[in-house]
Design a protein around this ligand. Structure first.
Ligand SMILES: C[S@@+](CC[C@H](N)C(=O)[O-])C[C@H]1O[C@@H](n2cnc3c(N)ncnc32)[C@H](O)[C@@H]1O
Length: 416
C-alpha cells in the first residue's frame, strides 16, 4: 500500500508527533493492556468464548499508531502459541517505527507492518481478517462511515471489529474551544505556535466556560503537547452518540454487540430511583446504552464491539460449561479483599459506582483459575464443605458475573 499524497493536517501532525507517545524501552518492564482488542474480550464478545488458538487467526490493527493494541494482541496470541498474523497499518512512518521497535524489544514475530491509508483497503491485496481494531482513528476522517465500510470490506463474514470513537456528551466543551482555536491559531500557523496559544487560552478561560466546567477532559494534561493537539487542534474531529454509532455500524453491514465497560451503559448504574431504573432497564441493549449516555453525561469515548455474523457472538453464563476468567487479577488476592461483604467500587470517570456482591462472592472468586467451568467451581466448593443448593449457587454466580463483567474484571471462555 502507498501513503496517500498529500498527507492532510491530522496525518502530518501524527507523523511529526505520534500519539500516544511511547518509549520502546518500557517494553522490558510492562505490557500495556487495554480495551478494545484484549484477547479475552475479543473471544468473549465476538467469538462466543470459543476461539480455538490452535487455528490461524488474522487481525488488522488499522491506524495502529505507536502500537498499544498491536503489541498487546500480538503478545497475547504469541503466549497462546496461536499461528496468528497481525497486520499493522498506519499512514505515519514515525508511528510505525515506534511500534516496530516495541515489537522488536519483545521479540514478537507475528506482526506484518504496512504503511498506508485504511481507506485504500478495499482495493488492497491484504486478504480477509477475523478481527479488526480501529481505535481513535475514524473520528478524524472526513467521512468516518466510509472508513468503517473500508474496514468491513476486509472482514471475514463471521469476523468482528473493536472500535473506539469519541463520545459526544462527555466531550462537552471541546468543540466550542476547537472553534475558538481555529480563529486564534489556524492550521496555517506552525504547530508549536498553535500549541502555545492553546495553552494560554486554557489558562485564562472564564469559570463559566464549558471546557473549564468539564473536569473529566484531561488529555491535554496527561498526554503532553501531543495530547493537547489531539484534543483541541485536530482539523477533523467529530464525536458520536450511541444511536449514531449504531447507524454507522449498520451502514457498514455490522451490528453492535456490546459497549464497554458494560456497567457504564446501564441506566440503573446512575439512577437510584427504583421506578425510573426499572423502566429504563427494561429497554433493549442499544436503547439502554443511549439512555445511560444521556443520563451520565460523562462518556468521553465509546468502545464497542461489532460483528458481521448473523448470530449471537457474545459468551453467556447460562451455559454452565462457561469458564470464568479474571482479567489481569490475582484471584486469591481479589477473593481475600472480598471477605466480610466488602462492596465492589469503581470510579467511572467521576461517577462513584458501588455494588454489593453476593454472600458467596469471595468463595467463588477463590475458585476461579481460568480452567474450571461454572459447574466445576460448584463441585470444588462442595469439596471444601458447606455446599449450597445449585440454584442458590447459580443465582449468586450470575449476580457476581454481571457485576464483575460490568467493570471488565470477568470474561468467559469455553473449551474449544
Ligand atoms: C489517535 S492515533 C490512535 C493510535 C492507536 N490506534 C491508539 O489507539 O493508540 C490515530 C492514528 O491514526 C492514524 N491515521 C489517521 N488517518 C489514517 C488513515 N486514513 N489510515 C490509517 N491510519 C490513519 C494516525 O497516523 C495515527 O497514528
Amino acid at each position: 500500500m502507498t501513503v496517500p499524497s498529500p498527507l492532510d493536517d491530522a496525518q502530518l501532525q501524527y507523523e511529526a508527533s505520534p500519539y500516544p507517545p511511547r518509549d520502546p524501552r518500557d517494553e522490558a518492564i510492562r505490557l500495556i493492556t487495554g480495551t478494545p482488542s484484549h484477547i479475552l474480550e475479543i473471544n468473549h464478545y465476538l467469538f462466543s468464548g470459543r476461539l480455538n488458538f490452535n487455528r490461524p487467526f488474522r487481525a488488522l490493527i488499522a491506524g495502529g499508531g505507536t502500537g498499544d493494541a498491536c503489541i498487546m494482541l500480538a503478545q497475547q496470541l504469541a503466549e497462546r502459541k496461536c499461528p496468528a498474523e497481525i497486520v499493522y497499518l498506519d499512514v505515519s512512518e514515525t508511528a510505525r517505527r515506534i511500534c516496530e521497535a516495541r515489537a522488536h524489544a519483545r521479540g514478537l514475530r507475528n506482526i506484518h507492518f504496512l504503511t498506508g491509508s485504511l481507506l485504500d483497503l478495499p482495493a488492497a491485496d491484504v486478504g480477509a481478517f477475523d478481527y479488526i481494531d480501529c481505535t481513535g482513528v475514524l473520528h478524524h476522517l472526513p467521512d468516518p462511515a466510509a472508513g468503517l465500510r473500508a474496514l468491513s470490506s476486509v472482514l471475514q463474514p463471521d469476523g468482528g471489529v473493536g472500535v473506539m470513537l469519541f463520545g459526544q456528551y462527555g466531550r462537552s466543551g471541546v468543540y466550542p474551544l476547537q472553534e475558538l482555536l481555529r480563529t486564534l491559531a489556524p492550521p496555517t500557523m506552525a504547530v508549536e505556535d498553535r500549541v502555545a496559544i492553546a495553552k494560554r487560552l486554557i489558562r485564562f478561560l472564564p469559570t463559566t466556560n464549558l471546557f473549564r466546567r468539564n473536569p473529566y477532559l484531561n488529555d491535554h494534561v496527561t498526554g503532553g503537547d501531543a495530547g493537547l493537539y489531539d484534543l483541541l487542534l485536530q482539523n477533523c474531529d467529530r464525536a458520536f452518540t450511541v444511536p449514531q454509532i449504531s447507524a454507522l455500524a449498520q451502514q457498514a453491514g455490522l451490528r453492535v454487540v456490546a459497549f464497554l465497560e458494560p456497567v457504564r451503559y446501564e441506566p440503573a448504574t446512575y439512577m437510584s430511583d427504583p421506578v425510573i431504573a426499572r423502566q429504563a432497564s427494561a429497554l433493549p441493549m442499544l436503547e439502554r446504552a443511549a439512555f445511560a449516555e444521556r443520563l451520565s453525561g460523562n462518556l468521553r469515548t465509546h468502545v464497542f464491539y461489532a460483528t458481521r455474523a448473523g448470530f449471537d457472538t457474545v459468551a453467556r453464563p447460562e451455559d454452565t460449561s462457561a469458564i470464568p476468567v479474571l482479567r489481569e487479577m490475582d484471584a486469591q488476592k481479589f477473593a481475600a479483599g472480598l471477605q466480610h461483604g466488602t462492596p465492589l467500587v469503581a470510579n467511572l470517570d467521576g461517577f462513584p459506582w458501588r455494588a454489593q456482591l453476593p454472600a458467596l462472592a469471595a468463595r467463588i472468586v477463590a475458585q476461579i483459575d481460568g480452567r474450571r467451568s461454572v459447574a466445576e467451581i460448584y463441585t470444588s466448593l462442595g469439596a471444601l464443605g458447606g455446599l449450597p443448593r445449585w440454584e442458590d449457587f447459580y443465582t449468586q454466580f450470575e449476580d457476581l458475573y454481571v457485576k464483575l463483567n460490568g467493570v471488565n474484571h470477568m470474561l468467559l471462555r469455553f473449551r474449544p
